[in-house]
Design a protein around this ligand. Structure first.
Ligand code: FMN
Length: 358
């Protein structure tokens, strides 16, 4: 990094194009940057077991916006994680909470007490009580996977939306970002809308900004960052995988719904198919009730993400990853990932300026 760069995010690489290009990129993402309070409108999407103090602070310190994954944490653990993150960065970051957490309202209070400026509510439409609680001192970010849902979230009081396409890693909806962006961005202008799912390069971020997005949220590219605490085998699996290896979980029988999760195909995904087949056979033979079988299907993956991320069991654990995994080619420092994304966007703008001049 050049010594005169004011911060890591100001450095956009030796062939990154002109300052004019950077000014244009910043102008396009101005709404998102102002909403997040960050230098670049790139959010590090919360990833359970991965998005903790180290990665979250690294993303925010690099000029992006880190988000802690609340996951199954209780109030004390969350308070501890927020304080530890605040000790590592003075920049803004957010906290992602799951709406069905039994202590959601307590967790929101923890965020407010700690002065967290942005709370992301994931996992469904939040209750009115949760919305009011967040907005009592923080900004509310909600997910929307369809235009009607986006409109509903805005009516409910969301201050910003993340529209996440089915290319993303983790729990996914059925529609790709390419389509969601066209369906939602022209019509939802009341609040900033961030795009997520399958984004691995800066040119893509630029294209979505030009369609009206306020910024982008990336998960997969940050999971293998140097500061990610994920097990080295988890990171290696990302580095070696191609887009086609990151597939949604398969549901064998409509009687037993499976929430689609995108991850790297491994021995665990094969075992899941066998498990579903066995559950169906037990219901057909009267050995299990339908409810018992459904529960056993749902429980199959319990603890599986932790097994992959923390223990490094990438064969039997759940290696959640988006299709952008093919663009993860090395373990890189977070600051380099963000600089690379900004540089790619700026070089694309510069190339247009050059083409217009000739
Ligand atoms: C390993 C992993 C775990 C994730 N866990 C969560 C989570 O706990 N809560 C959540 O809202 N999203 C979760 N996500 C989704 C990310 O926050 C983000 O929206 C997504 O990764 C963006 O798509 P991309 O993976 O193509 O970049 C997870 C994604 C991955 C890859």
């Amino acid at each position: 990094m050049p010594p005169d760069a004011a911060s890591p995010a100001d450095y956009i690489g030796p062939d990154s194009g002109s300052l004019l290009a950077r000014a244009e990129f910043d102008r396009l993402s101005d709404r998102g940057r102002r909403f997040l309070g960050s230098q670049v409108a790139i959010m590090g999407g919360a990833m359970s077991w991965v998005s903790e103090r180290t990665l979250v602070s690294a993303i925010s310190n690099a000029g992006g916006f880190g988000v802690i994954a609340g996951g199954s944490m209780g109030p004390d653990a969350l308070a501890h994680e927020i304080a530890a993150t605040q000790a590592l960065t003075t920049r803004p970051f957010g906290v992602n909470l799951i709406t069905m957490h039994p202590r959601l309202l307590d967790l929101i209070q923890v965020c407010l007490r700690a002065g967290v400026g942005h709370v992301v509510l994931a996992g469904g439409v939040p209750s009115g009580a949760a919305v009011r609680a967040v907005k009592d001192g923080s900004r509310l970010v909600c997910f929307a996977s369809a235009l009607v849902l986006a409109r509903r979230m805005v009516r409910l009081g969301a201050d910003a939306l993340v529209i996440e396409g089915s290319e993303a890693g983790g729990h996914i909806g059925p529609v790709s970002l390419a389509v969601l962006a066209q369906e939602i961005l022209p019509h939802v202008t009341e609040v900033p809308v961030f795009v997520a799912g399958g984004i691995g390069r800066g040119e893509a971020i630029l294209a979505f900004l030009e369609m009206g997005a306020a910024g982008a949220q990336l998960g997969t590219r940050f999971a293998a960052a140097t500061e990610s605490i994920a097990h080295p085998r988890f990171k290696q699996a990302f580095i070696h995988a191609r887009a086609r290896d990151a597939l949604p979980s398969v549901q064998l029988d409509p009687r037993f719904p499976v929430i689609p999760v995108r991850g790297l195909v491994n021995a665990g995904t094969q075992a899941f198919l066998r498990h579903q087949a066995a559950a169906m056979a037990s219901v057909d033979s009267g050995e299990l009730t339908r409810e018992q079988a459904q529960l056993s299907v749902e429980h199959f993956w319990a603890g599986a993400l932790r097994r992959a991320v923390v223990d490094g069991d990438v064969e039997h654990g759940s290696v959640m990853a988006g299709q952008s995994v093919g663009m993860v080619t090395a373990e890189q420092p977070t600051v380099e990932i963000i600089a690379e994304l900004v540089g790619q966007a700026c070089r694309a703008i510069s190339a247009r300026h050059d083409a217009a001049r000739h």
